[in-house]
Design a protein around this ligand. Sequence first.
Ligand SMILES: Cc1ncc(COP(=O)(O)O)c(C=O)c1O
Length: 379
Amino acid sequence: MKNNLFDVYPLFEIEPVKGKGCHVYDKNGQKYLDLYGGHAVISVGHSHPYYVEKISHQLQQLGFYSNSVQNSLQVELAEKLVELSGCTDYQLFLCNSGAEANENALKLASFTTGKTKVISFKKGFHGRTSAAVNVTDIDKIKAPINKTFEAEIHEWNNFNTVKASLEKGDVCAVIIEGIQGIGGIHVPNRAFLQAVAQLCQTHEAILILDEVQSGYARRGHFFGYQFTDIQPDIISMAKGMGNGFPIGGILIHPKHKAKYGILGSTFGGNHLACAAGIAVLDIIKNENLLEHATELGEYFMNELGAIPQVKEVRGRGLMIGIDMGKSIKALRSKLLYEDHIFTGSSSDPNTIRMLPPLNVTKQEIDYFLDKFKAAILDF
Ligand SMILES: Cc1ncc(COP(=O)(O)O)c(C=O)c1O
């Protein structure tokens, strides 16, 4: 179909027009099981009634006013977020997307240290804007204008090279995903993450945990890194934070002090976005979704691990990579067009990404497992 859109996305031949829980429906009424949540965004399910009610109510009151006035919704969101995540005394800055969250995190790190060199990791993804894309390990999405500071990309799980670089004393920040998402679901090992945190402290570099994909109760803890006891300087988040409403943010360690004007945004923390963010946190708390994601994630990973054609299952909680050892392209097409199940790809051509809404049921997982086993009979 010819249209006036700038054509940057390869599209599936499907148009969802309605969603409920873990399902979406296309314009012909066909139902799809959504085990990908529109790129890890749908955290509490499509059109959750409490979420719909909260945003609708807020829209009837006030949709937007700028960041030059009091906004108690922002205060409520911050309070609920630090309580549920256990990041006591961290301070919240609100923006609109994952890239913008990382952009602000990197900017704050540079303000704090006065330095510009950043360490990131192979297969990492941090967004498509200026500084965030420069520390992303995908060369083809960087324009010359993005390459304005030194970005060193290191081996995953190898702290020796990170140590050698930090010892030079010119590193502003280390940015790392809580679990690598787009890279194909890779969990950092505990000793590595702890050593990196320690090295950052010793060499006065800012540790940024990019939890844009792995955060928000997806992996059994609120944030991915919380299987360790490290305390990052900055935690970036977006995706699941608004269940589809554009909102992002960074949590900043209490040792960093705010100054007027260093960060800002017109739309960040607007009334509707806060209503969406508060609704998501209320639902996660009231429906015990942290525990649910832990239990179901474990069940899902165990079941997948018992399937002979599966080479490796990676991840934690409801952030799961199924490595099939060979291309998954045809398999994902079959699951989508014949079995009507959305799954995700990654930059690893052999790995399927599973990022279902956090309130996915055991029945829905079992339904997928049946279809998946049938689809890979002759894989
Ligand atoms: C780990 C990570 N960081 C940052 C981003 C960028 O987020 P956004 O697309 O909201 O800018 C993504 C998006 O996929 C991501 O997975």
